[in-house]
Design a protein around this ligand. Structure first.
Ligand code: ATP
Length: 253
């Protein structure tokens, strides 16, 4: 018998005016997988993930988290998910510890658990020294890290992370990778969108490639990349552009 997927999208569609951002995609994230979502700018990744986690209502199709329908049972589904959205809007006039306390209590966690988990997350993510800094004064990478901490605090079963490594320094990135690996080893599943093929290749065991609102390839990493690198497979799937070579003659004359 097939296990319930960590995330399942069926026929999910979103239009913005005449633009079809996501064109009826199906996507299955297996349980306990580290799943990469890649695609060129504007492919529809953020829109698809926003619909998957209940932040954006699809025009058609369904999304479920561990068998729970995101739009029919939003509270039950959201308890299962930790989300790091793209361009995360955080309450800015709080310090990191205050933000975690606020998030934890809002989610109904025990205050003692919130305190213990917050301290550990801040330590592991190297944010403990910035304990009295307001989030508004955080760097881009620090914002990613505190966003990840808020996503992890309630111990979700599925993490959905839009560009989690963007602007994050290499030491912190290694720390985040270690956290994600432990999370999967403990039975969770992670969906990561990224433009960095080497990162997806080294971190993920499954992936999907999106282009122009559709999923053009999906499956285990080795299957999608064939015999070559993921970068080669990606360029083959989404098509290479050579404008930098052929156009812009004014720039080089
Ligand atoms: N709120 C919106 N209103 C109008 N168009 C939108 C909106 N959000 C996204 N789009 C359009 O939908 C398409 C998909 O955008 P989306 O942000 O999902 O792509 P993406 O794959 O995440 O891109 P990137 O890699 O650049 O972040 C794009 O053409 C974008 O312009």
């Amino acid at each position: 018998m097939q296990e319930t997927p960590a995330l399942h999208l069926s026929g999910v569609t979103k239009r913005f005016g005449a633009k079809v951002a996501v064109a009826g995609i199906d996507l299955t994230v297996p349980p306990r997988s580290m799943f990469g979502l890649v695609g060129p700018n504007g492919a529809g990744k953020t829109t698809a993930l926003s619909m998957a986690v209940g932040l954006l209502r699809p025009d058609a199709g369904t999304a479920s988290i561990l068998g729970v329908d995101v739009w029919a049972e939003p509270d039950a589904a959201k308890a299962l998910i930790g989300v790091l959205p793209d361009g995360l809007a955080l309450p800015e006039r709080l310090t990191g510890p205050e933000l975690l306390t606020f998030t934890g209590l809002l989610r109904g966690l025990d205050p003692a658990d919130v305190a213990a988990r917050s301290a550990e997350l801040l330590d592991v993510l190297d944010l403990a020294d910035a304990g009295s800094t307001l989030v508004i004064d955080y760097s881009a990478g620090m914002r990613k890290k505190i966003g990840l901490a808020t996503a992890l605090l309630h111990r979700p079963r599925l993490l959905v992370l839009d560009e989690p490594f963007e602007a994050v320094d290499p030491v912190s990135a290694a720390g985040i990778r270690a956290i994600l690996r432990r999370f999967v080893a403990a039975g969770g599943a992670v969906v990561v969108s990224s433009h960095v093929m080497a990162l997806v290749e080294s971190l993920c065991d499954h992936l999907a490639v999106m282009a122009a609102g559709s999923v053009v390839a999906a499956g285990p990493l080795d299957q999608v990349r064939g015999g070559g690198t993921l970068e080669e497979a990606f360029v083959g799937l989404v098509g290479g552009r050579t404008a930098g070579r052929d156009g812009l003659s004014w720039l080089v004359s």
